[in-house]
Design a binder for this molecule. Structure first.
Ligand code: ZN
Ligand code: ZN
Ligand code: ZN
Length: 159
């Protein structure tokens, strides 16, 4: 299982790579990667934290990119619909996808202290849940895992 977001890394490269992966994917699929959509993705990549639609709207407004809620919602819808971002249900907030364009079932590791979110891949069709489902003849199409806990740096601070 690979995780992204908690370990130390070159975050500048992380944002650039994230944006260029989505850029390439949009060109491949003939999707419009507008300045607002690009900026919203950058904001989501900025801190590896989940951001609510209103946090994003505030930033867009400050930057003069739009002040109406639909601007933020439409950009988020676009990113989520194409798998470039995910919605974290328990936080009612959004994170950038760690592997945009790849088909995957994400699992989220959410730090309850600093709100950082890391994305791990956990295909629930394998493993225990998959076995239980198979035993009753159920076919899982989507399973969302949102685990809450403490990230490495918050564990360090608590010790
Ligand atoms: Zn990063
Ligand atoms: Zn993802
Ligand atoms: Zn933390």
């Amino acid at each position: 299982m690979e995780t992204t977001g908690f370990e130390r890394h070159d975050h500048g490269a992380c944002i650039r790579d994230g944006v260029s992966a989505v850029d390439a994917r949009c060109r491949e699929l003939g999707l419009q990667f507008t300045p607002v959509r690009r900026r919203v993705l950058e904001l989501l990549l900025e801190g590896h934290r989940a951001l609510g639609a209103y946090d994003i709207l505030d930033r867009l407004r400050e930057e003069g990119l739009g002040s109406q809620p639909p601007v933020a919602y439409r950009a988020l819808d676009f990113l989520v619909k194409h798998g470039f971002a995910h919605k974290i249900e328990r936080l009612n907030a959004f994170v950038a996808c760690a592997c945009p364009g790849e088909s995957h079932m994400p699992a989220f590791l959410i730090c309850r202290q600093c709100d950082k979110v890391a994305e791990a891949e956990a295909d629930m069709r394998d493993g225990r849940l998959g076995e239980s489902a198979a035993a009753v003849g159920f076919r899982i199409e989507r399973a969302v895992v949102e685990a809450e806990g403490l990230c490495p740096s918050c564990q360090g601070a608590a010790a």
